[in-house]
Design a protein around this ligand. Structure first.
Ligand SMILES: NC(=O)c1ccc[n+]([C@@H]2O[C@H](COP(=O)([O-])OP(=O)(O)OC[C@H]3O[C@@H](n4cnc5c(N)ncnc54)[C@H](O)[C@@H]3O)[C@@H](O)[C@H]2O)c1
Length: 255
């Protein structure tokens, strides 16, 4: 664990915190002294993750929440403030992938589900987090985009539409709140070794191997490398960084 930030006295919230880079980031916030709200749609894995942090002596609560449901997101933020009194840092990370398919063959239900979680889910979180942070006059938000927010890939139009959209709302919200003590930024992960990518490596091995050949650093990213970026974006080390899309992709998008 290379992180040495000090988030003591602060409250950090992570969505999609029961797995992958969300879990690693929630853990990193806890190790850095924050009181942590873990949130996920999967109540079972969420409970296990929360119990693990608490057993290690950290202050943490788990709130089951489907980010695509505005009512649940509103209640998640209310519960956070009711429990810990404030909200200082958030990582809006919950998201899903779908199989690579040509645009004409993507059922609109699949398109709608991807946008509901990956785009409107971030929107819902942003909305209620910013309302709380506006009252406080402080806060730092990191939205999870992707290298898919910067470039296109065949078969991924719906996912990339959502991830491009995340950057649009990040920049606009960042402008709204830049002078009010609240920073909104995004992280753009490359191919990171998480359960999501393990499933893709199994289900679409030819496509994924082709993509992997395009990664200059020649390996998968580690969830910890995303957590490092998120914590920095929430830390006093990045106080002049506003509306930025921080690319952490082993060089994929600079080719
Ligand atoms: N792994 C990668 O290579 C990669 C690359 C770029 C971007 N991303 C993005 O990073 C984020 C995390 O991905 P990961 O690889 O850690 O995935 P993961 O599948 O390991 O974890 C995602 C978590 O989000 C939760 N989730 C799914 N739908 C939800 C919903 N509606 N409400 C709340 N929680 C929900 C899942 O239950 C799961 O715990 C996603 O937004 C993904 O699009 C991943």
């Amino acid at each position: 664990m290379g992180i040495s930030y000090d988030f003591s006295g602060q409250v950090a919230l992570v969505t999609g915190a029961a797995s992958g880079m969300g879990l690693t980031t929630a853990t990193a916030f806890a190790h850095s002294g924050a009181r942590v709200v873990l949130s996920d749609v999967n109540a079972e894995t969420l409970q296990a993750a929360t119990e693990q942090l608490k057993a290690a002596g950290h202050e943490a609560i788990g709130i089951a929440c489907d980010v695509s449901d505005e009512t649940q997101v509103k209640s998640m933020i209310q519960q956070t403030v009711a429990t810990f009194g404030r909200l200082d840092a958030t990582f809006n990370n919950a998201g899903i992938q779908s199989p690579a398919v040509d645009v004409p063959d993507v059922p609109n239900e699949v398109y709608d589900r991807i946008e509901a979680i990956n785009l409107r889910g971030v929107w819902n979180c942003l909305k209620y987090q910013l309302a709380q942070m506006r009252d406080q006059g402080s806060g730092a938000i990191v939205n999870c985009s992707s290298m898919g927010g910067l470039v296109g890939l065949p078969g991924r139009a719906a996912y990339h539409a959502a991830k491009h959209g995340v950057l649009g709302m990040t920049k606009s919200a960042a402008l709204e709140f830049a002078s009010r003590g609240i920073r909104v930024n995004a992280v753009c992960p490359g191919i990171i070794e998480t359960p999501m990518v393990s499933a893709m490596l199994q289900g679409e091995s030819a496509l994924m191997n082709e993509m992997m050949r395009e990664v200059p650093i020649n390996r998968l990213g580690r969830p910890q490398e995303i957590a490092e970026a998120v914590l920095w974006l929430c830390s006093p080390g990045s106080t002049f960084v506003i509306g930025h899309a921080l690319v952490v992709d082993g060089g994929y998008t600079i080719r």
